[in-house]
Design a protein around this ligand. Sequence first.
Ligand SMILES: Cc1cc2nc3c(=O)[nH]c(=O)nc-3n(C[C@H](O)[C@H](O)[C@H](O)COP(=O)(O)O)c2cc1C
Length: 323
Amino acid sequence: MSSTAQISRDQLSERVRTLRVPLVVAPMFLVSSPKLVVAACKAGAIGSMPTLNAKTPEQLDDWLALVRDELSWQHSAAWPVAPYALNVLMHQSNARLPHDLEAVRKHRPPIVIASVGRPDEVVDIVHEYGGLVLADVGSLKHAKRAADSGVDGLVLLCAGAGGQTGRLNPFAFVEATRRFFSGLIAVAGGITHGRHLAALQRLGADLGYSGTSFIATPESLATDDYKKALLGSDIDDVWDTDAISGIPANVLRATLTSLGLQPETRWVRTAQSNYDWSNIRWRPDLYSAGHGVGEVRAEEGCATIIGRFSEQYKASSLAGSTS
Ligand SMILES: Cc1cc2nc3c(=O)[nH]c(=O)nc-3n(C[C@H](O)[C@H](O)[C@H](O)COP(=O)(O)O)c2cc1C
């Protein structure tokens, strides 16, 4: 730990609100790596990763030590890099939850993103050391519940997001959430351009939350076949299905096909008897992507993509302020 002074949670929030590029490189199962986290934060955006990408609690411990050393992230007034976020699956199906919470206590990630489940337990732990908790939510009911748990921010999972997607329209969801929540708001779903970040801020949100844009990077853990599949895909190739986890997720059409499904048969909870879904799980050969997939044209480094977001954001913000 550094000898620099601790800053308050309010200061950390303010730091997040005033990032050079108001962007979270979103956590992605089997994709985000410590290298991606470090590259994102050094380029000025919030980097993140799910705890479960580490194969064991011991590996997670090593990864978090590496991230801390690389970023020399501290609650520092100097702010050399953007803060990073650790994504914890709060659902009971996460058998490693006790280890994950232990890792949070030990490594004190400046931001924890709580997914799928009540954030209460992690809020207590993170607030004790002065960090922030964001909870991802797909409905107003869940947004209100998370806000009642005392989270510092909400990630609104909107229609068109990669991974487990929301179904709500971002304009309406931000509006409805701002009626009762004054904390940080990040918006997920098809965020691929700096002007999207400027537009989100005009809507009343603070941050864009982008995953698909960062799958085809050298820092990601995605296979070459996955990256290739992304580069050849467009918005019409993306379909939502509950076949993988029971919760609607966006996948490429080729993934539907490899599961023995078609767009017409992609909802399996109501039609399970039509085929064998016993093998359906998240696997490295299941390719998830959001509606923004068509904007991914080449494999590029994380810093290059964030640099572009940043330039576009600056240009859009200036254009907005003079009109
Ligand atoms: C391959 C993949 C894996 C994902 N895994 C996770 C995860 O483990 N935890 C999580 O909170 N979100 C996960 N997500 C969702 C992302 O964090 C984020 O919400 C989403 O990528 C944003 O939409 P976009 O892909 O349109 O940018 C995943 C998304 C993708 C594409």
